[in-house]
Design a binder for this molecule. Structure first.
Ligand code: SF4
Ligand code: SF4
Length: 208
């Protein structure tokens, strides 16, 4: 196993993609006059799995900047979160467990938070490599707003994510020395990533 570590150049490009995602989100949110203010829900307890080593590595860079005491505290919360999610799954329930990086409503690693933390909320669209166009309706609250505001679905403002996701896939491949296709897809929650530590990969099968 070897650690996959983001170079400063790769980390900077990752940061730029994240900033671009946020800008796209904010533009659509402004058009819709939508915000999270006053929401009874908190998306930080939603169960999301994440799929790229590059996002994991970027999160880990942020985690390493915390003091040892903070790291230990968050790791303990992460272990409890993983256990609580496993128990919910064993009961055939979708886990609803607060993210270990949420500190009384504030994200401890705000600058390093993952894509879904920056994009969930407003409607979005993207084109898959096979040409199929996917549409995401946004969170339940935004969907209600959209329903009240737009009779014609074609008029709904949407964040366009195709180029950003392509950029993310490109970074992921560069991080894996151009051999991303040789490694398995990952499906990890933030708590699982933190408990596992930095992203590690086994050498691809064909190179053993
Ligand atoms: S994204 Fe939607 S559901 Fe989540 S906190 Fe904001 S308004 Fe609430
Ligand atoms: S990383 Fe931050 S924004 Fe994302 S779910 Fe955790 S606390 Fe919330």
């Amino acid at each position: 196993m070897k650690e996959v570590r983001l170079s400063p150049e790769l980390a900077e490009r990752m940061g730029r993609i994240y900033e671009e995602m946020e800008r796209g989100y904010e533009q659509v949110a402004a058009q819709l006059q939508f915000s999270c203010d006053g929401c009874p829900d908190n998306c930080c307890d939603s169960w999301f799995q994440h799929h790229t080593f590059v996002e994991w590595g970027y999160l880990w860079l942020g985690f390493c900047q915390l003091s040892e005491m903070r790291q230990a505290e968050i790791l303990e919360r992460s272990r409890l979160s993983v256990a609580a999610c496993e128990q919910a799954i064993a009961r055939n329930e979708r886990p609803q467990v607060m993210c270990p990086l949420n500190d009384n409503g504030r994200c401890v690693l705000y600058a390093h938070r993952l894509m879904v933390c920056r994009t969930h909320g407003v409607p979005a669209t993207m084109q898959r490599p096979d040409g199929q166009r996917l549409e995401f309706p946004g969170c339940f609250r935004c969907q209600e707003l959209v329903k009240q505001t737009f009779a014609d679905a074609s008029e709904i403002p949407r964040a366009e994510r195709t180029l950003l996701l392509r950029g993310l896939a490109m970074l992921e491949n560069e991080l894996m020395d151009g051999k991303r296709h040789l490694y398995p897809r990952i499906k990890l929650t933030i708590a699982q990533m933190l408990v596992k530590g930095p992203p590690m990969i086994a050498m691809p099968h064909c190179e053993r």
